[in-house]
Ligand binder design. Structure first.
Ligand code: FMN
Length: 228
């Protein structure tokens, strides 16, 4: 599976088969988390692998009674050593980078699980103190996310996702490219060239110009296609 397919076909899985996950795969998933970028490469994350049934039951309870969680044979608890971020980057390291680090790691782990044919879900709703106590997390560390892992026992539908032209802007917040889907749906150097040219002229009149450029590109693309 290539990376684009992996990103687009991954789903949050909340129902698992009662079969164990190979420890090698668990290790590879954790390793993928450790490959995520961290500010200044401080690598302040720590990972706890939970397999014991009694702990999984307690975790599900601490995760605001999301009982489906205990059906996942593996829980990976992502923790951050807060003092490390603080030492290197002060309050920004402690409050922002640490959270960004665990997010980046979580995403790598979800994708790696999917790559191995496993289901996974990011669990963020939990009582932090309860999770710390269940997993023996020291005072100077914070439990930031739990990733449930196991062989999926469901194929959830793709949840609705916004379309790119409503959430991606160009050059300035709020500046939409209405023709974005066209550009990404038909990857063509000709269209790209026209988009680039029009972006260069952005000061003149933003989206109207871009729309014109893409239209021109589209015509080129059609002509090329007709020639084939
Ligand atoms: C920060 C964060 C916290 C989340 N917490 C939970 C959670 O506590 N329980 C849960 O069932 N799903 C949780 N999710 C999963 C989201 O509900 C899920 O990603 C979203 O519905 C989109 O579905 P998809 O992952 O299949 O694209 C969380 C996701 C993120 C990023």
């Amino acid at each position: 599976m290539d990376v684009m397919e992996c990103i687009h076909t991954r789903r949050s899985i909340r129902k698992y088969q009662d079969i164990p996950v190979e420890f090698e795969k668990i290790g590879r998933i954790v390793e993928a988390g450790m490959q995520a970028p961290t500010a200044g490469n401080i690598q302040d994350l720590r990972f706890i692998i939970i397999q014991e049934k009694s702990k999984r039951v307690q975790i599900a309870e601490a995760a605001l009674q999301q009982y489906w969680i205990e059906t996942a044979p593996v829980h990976l608890v992502i923790c951050v050593d807060i003092k490390k971020g603080k030492q290197f980057y002060g309050i920004r390291g402690e409050r922002l980078y640490s959270i960004q680090h665990s997010g980046a790691a979580a995403m790598n782990m979800l994708l790696t699980a999917h790559h191995f044919g496993l289901g996974a879900c990011w669990v963020g709703a939990f009582d932090e103190e309860a999770i710390k106590s269940i997993c023996g997390v020291p005072e100077y560390a914070r439990a930031e996310a739990i990733i449930t892992i196991g062989y999926a026992d469901e194929i959830p539908p793709r949840p609705p996702k916004f379309i790119i032209e409503t959430h991606a802007y160009i050059e300035r917040y709020g500046n939409r490219i209405k023709t974005f889907p066209l550009v990404i749906a038909e990857p063509s150097p000709v269209i790209e060239k026209h988009v680039r040219e029009t972006i260069a002229a952005i000061d003149e009149s933003t989206n109207t110009i871009i729309a014109k450029g893409v239209k021109k590109g589209k015509e080129f693309w059609k002509k090329l296609k007709n020639k084939e």
